[in-house]
Design a binder for this molecule. Structure first.
Ligand SMILES: *Cc1c(COP(=O)(O)O)cnc(C)c1O
Length: 421
């Protein structure tokens, strides 16, 4: 099982909240706030849960880098032999810098540039996940110029409803992702005939934060039916990649039972020659991280009480972007009157909130842990309002390592020039 509780790796002991074996207050004292804190053991446990659950069939777990692309996070997964799902040349550079094997990298995304395709061919990645006919043509051209066939798969859109937030649902006909199920056969035939393409796989990814395995299994059935059709035409594949999407517990969701889901997949794959691949992102890192922030001001009011903290939507965009719910816990819960607080940042946007209506006893200077911040937190952060990006820290038992320094004012202006300068 992926850790079910958002605070499983951030327990309260004797009135103090910890990250694994280290008091969060010590991390705030040493590194300041806002700071993302990741528990290395949580990453190991989450990856091993997938590896174990897929044990019944040859498999490869490709961590979806966009969920959290810090080099330390990538290096932990690389040390476990993970593959990586990337969506840009920048992510490829990160994977290589973290010691990931290029031969286990799959490249997804609807907008791969020529330069990115060249970079990936140069690195000798495992597979390009093609998302359109135009991309097929482009990859073939770049591969020809490069002088070697590009390994490819098609991202097929199985047209199943993932029943998740519309912004993170990707498997319906009207989404920009993938090629239509009905076009896939013709595209595979065409790819099989092109000299500088080598057809090696198929993939799909229907959405994110799914709490029901049924749509994932339905997508798997559709993809397998298509592979059987390809086989009948003499097109054999090395791998079948069923994407990511397994949700985590933010609040009170009943998560997908990973053993049951993966067990159902390996049963479907019984006797098949293809390797089974998955591309989990959120479920490997989401509950491995918290965002540590400090209360700057309390603004109790008539209609609402605001706690203004030093983290904001530029650090953790999910609440502003998807109205996402994150747990908020005091690092040292205090006695006293609890009120309902909106936890807001200093950014000049009404959408700049991290949480709303949370019953907490608070005082200025208190530390809060925003839970479930390991996925799509730092990787979606920005410098909006000219705010230097947060520090990132990894913890293992009682060892603490700063894995990304807090940005300075010099970082903020790097590469810029005044007019005429
Ligand atoms: C984002 C993404 C993933 C990871 O999704 P999660 O919901 O974080 O598991 C996997 N594959 C592709 C192609 C993606 O775009």
């Amino acid at each position: 099982m992926v850790a079910a509780r958002p605070d499983a790796w951030f327990p309260l002991r004797a009135g103090q909240r910890f990250a694994d074996g280290v008091p969060l207050a010590d991390i705030a004292a040493r590194c300041g706030t806002p700071t993302f804190v990741y528990a290395r053991a949580a990453l190991l446990a989450a990856f091993e849960a997938y590896d174990r659950a897929l044990g019944g069939h040859p498999h490869q777990v490709c961590y979806a880098v966009k969920a959290n692309s810090n080099l330390a996070v990538l290096s932990v997964f690389a040390s476990l032999g993970a593959g990586f799902d990337i969506v840009s040349g920048g992510e490829l550079a990160r994977v290589l810098a973290a010691g990931g094997e290029p031969g286990k990298v799959v490249f997804s995304g609807v907008g791969k540039t020529r330069a990115e395709i060249e970079q990936a061919l140069e690195a000798d990645i495992q597979c390009f996940n093609i998302e359109s006919e135009a991309e097929l043509t482009r990859i073939h051209e770049v591969a020809e110029a490069h002088g070697a066939a590009a390994p490819v798969s098609f991202r097929v859109n199985p047209d199943v409803d993932a029943q998740t937030h519309p912004y993170i649902s990707t498997g319906l006909k009207e989404n920009k992702f993938g090629v239509a199920h009905s076009d896939a056969l013709a595209l595979y035939r065409r790819a099989a005939e092109l000299p500088y393409l080598e057809v090696v796989g198929i993939d799909c990814h229907i959405g994110s934060q799914l709490t029901d395995a049924a749509p994932l299994l339905e997508a798997a059935d559709r993809v397998l039916a298509l592979v059987n059709q390809l086989n009948r035409e003499g097109i054999e594949l090395e791998h079948i990649d069923l994407g990511g999407g397994v949700g985590i517990v933010y609040r009170d969701e009943t998560p997908i039972d990973l053993d049951a889901y993966c067990g159902a997949l390996t049963r479907k794959f019984a006797g098949r020659p293809e390797m089974l691949m998955l591309e989990p992102g959120r479920s490997l890192v989401g509950n491995a991280g918290v965002l540590l922030t400090r209360v700057e001001y309390l603004k109790p009011g008539e209609g609402k009480n605001f706690a203004v903290v030093d983290a904001a939507m530029n650090d953790l965009m999910r609440p502003a972007l998807y109205e996402a719910w994150h747990g908020v816990e005091a690092v040292a819960p205090r006695a006293g009157e609890a009120l309902d607080w909106d936890i807001v940042g200093p950014v000049c946007e009404s959408g700049d909130f991290l949480a709303r209506g949370r019953r907490l006893a608070l005082a200025e200077g208190d530390l809060l842990a925003i839970l479930s911040a390991g996925a799509y937190g730092m990787s979606m952060s920005s410098n909006y309002n000219s705010r230097p990006r947060a520090c990132e820290v990894m913890v293992d038992a009682d060892t603490v390592q700063v894995v990304r320094e807090r940005e300075t004012l010099a970082h903020l202006m790097a590469g810029e020039r005044v007019w005429g300068g």
